[in-house]
Design a binder for this molecule. Structure first.
Ligand code: EPZ
Length: 439
């Protein structure tokens, strides 16, 4: 297992290019199950979870792979991307062929988002056998809202031996669905299933995340009839079939927010390029509250501290457009170094404070009480050996390591590689003293 070694305390200066969004690419790639024609995806990030998704698609009978000509430059590979390559990121081509309906456990256990193939398989094949995704470090992560909503569309489910057996012998029918919670994955599964269902489906209390909007835009590009995406009421009129298209994945707002904090926590200045700032209002406002400065430039957003130094703030994670839970661990690292206390309430997941004890090992003063963390601030973080536990916790530890005096060693960074494309390769050119070491 790889680890990262960071010599902290260096202000970062330069520019970073934000990659395609993992949480948009995963559902969009799985939506290709709905389409019986080839599709070309652009700006696909090179991540572990993306590779897992491509493997799952191939197992399901939808051949999907990166176009080798666009892989990131690595020592020894001299193939240059063709001139017509739009933007950054990878290119994935899918070739549909005979679909299988089974998503095996050994794949689903490595990536919970595999459950997003459930809706498309039911819509295309009328049946699905998908391993029930287990929990993960941050919570139980049930899928009850997905299943109950699909049942309203005519699907029948049995849970047996860790698998979800689904069928809809008479096909999916449009339904009026009201989610108890604006579940991102539930909204995405139902959005995909409804595109080929008979009649109209209405999703109330739907998730409004930008990644849901990107999925809807992709489906519309394939010929789906969708309206209201981005609001809490989405309407989908089923169509007989969807057609092939080419589509570019939106930039990753969570990666962008992480690098914004990298600039602020090291008291540096970074030009963030390909930054989806329009999807980041809650994050930007809270960072401004803490003393982070944002200057729009022709080719990106210039991020640094303002002249008053970093202050504490209060956040409560919420469904979009509220403060995203996926930025909670990262902003907490910044709060540790701010002058004055901060309060963090995690309202989405039941166990998303795994980074706290590791930050405390680095000298942070954080008190936990249920779903709330009181961050004392004004800590001079010191490098230490720490352990990554989940994707965003590992990002938080990288940020703390960049600010800390001395050496930080972060183990189990396979968690980081799930959601950040070659993070250390983006940090080194802007001055970070960071290296990946194979254990
Ligand atoms: C998506 O997870 C993201 N993952 C998560 O990002 C993100 O944290 C989350 O949305 C919230 O924004 C992907 O998009 C691949 P939910 P998802 O369904 O779809 C409960 C990251 O770091 N719930 O909105 O699983 C659930 O337990 C990852 O990139 C039910 O109870 O999120 C949780 O407490 C982590 N029953 C809450 O709702 C259900 O059927 C939010 O879950 C579904 C969800």
């Amino acid at each position: 297992m790889d680890k990262l070694i960071i010599q902290g305390g260096v202000p970062l200066h330069g520019e970073v290019i934000i990659s395609g969004a993992k949480n948009a690419a995963l559902p969009i790639l799985l939506a290709s199950i709905l389409v019986d024609e080839p599709i070309v995806f652009h700006n696909v990030p090179h991540l572990r979870d993306i590779n897992t998704t491509l493997n799952l698609l191939s197992i399901l009978g939808c051949e999907a792979k990166f176009d080798e000509r666009y892989l990131p430059p690595v020592p020894g590979r001299t193939v240059a991307a063709p001139a017509e390559h739009p933007g950054s990121g990878g290119v994935v081509r899918t070739q549909p062929c005979r679909l299988s309906h089974e998503a095996p456990y050994d794949l689903v256990k490595t990536m919970r988002a595999s459950v997003l193939c459930l809706g498309p398989l039911l819509a295309r094949l009328g049946k699905a056998k998908v391993a029930l995704p287990g929990g993960c470090a941050i919570g139980a992560r049930p899928v009850n809202l997905h299943l109950s909503a699909l049942e309203k569309m005519g699907a029948e489910f049995e849970l047996d031996e860790g698998y979800i057996y689904g069928k809809c012998p008479n096909g999916l029918k449009g339904a009026h669905i009201n989610f108890d919670f604006p579940t991102v994955g539930g909204t995405e599964n139902l959005l995909m299933a409804a595109t080929l269902a008979a009649g109209e489906t209405i999703l109330e209390n739907a998730a409004r995340e930008p990644e849901v909007v990107d999925l809807a835009k992709f489906l519309i590009a394939c010929g789906a009839d969708i309206s209201g995406h981005g609001s809490s009421i989405i309407k989908i009129k089923g169509v007989p079939r969807l057609k092939g298209t080419s589509y570019s994945i939106m930039p990753d707002r969570i990666e962008a927010g992480t690098f914004m904090i990298a600039a602020a926590i090291t008291d540096g200045e970074l030009l963030i390029k390909n930054c989806p700032i329009q999807d980041m209002e809650a994050v930007v406002l809270k960072l401004m509250d803490m003393g982070v400065k944002f200057e729009p430039k022709p080719d990106g957003i210039l991020v640094s501290r303002d002249s008053h130094g970093l202050r504490g703030t209060e956040i409560k994670t919420q469904p979009h457009p509220g403060f995203p839970t996926d930025m909670q661990a990262q902003i907490m690292a910044l709060m540790c170094t701010a002058n004055g206390p901060s309060l963090v309430e995690e309202s989405i997941f039941e166990n998303r404070f795994m980074h706290v004890l590791e930050l405390v090992r680095m000298g942070a003063d954080i008190r936990l009480s249920g779903h709330t963390a009181l961050v004392k601030g004004s800590s001079c973080l010191k490098g230490a050996p720490v352990m990554a536990s989940d994707l965003r916790a590992s990002a938080s530890l990288v940020l703390a390591g960049l600010a800390a005096g001395g050496q930080t060693e972060i183990q189990r960074i396979y968690h980081l590689d799930r959601g950040y494309e070659r993070m250390e390769e983006k940090l080194i050119p802007v001055g970070a003293r960071i290296k990946r070491v194979k254990e």
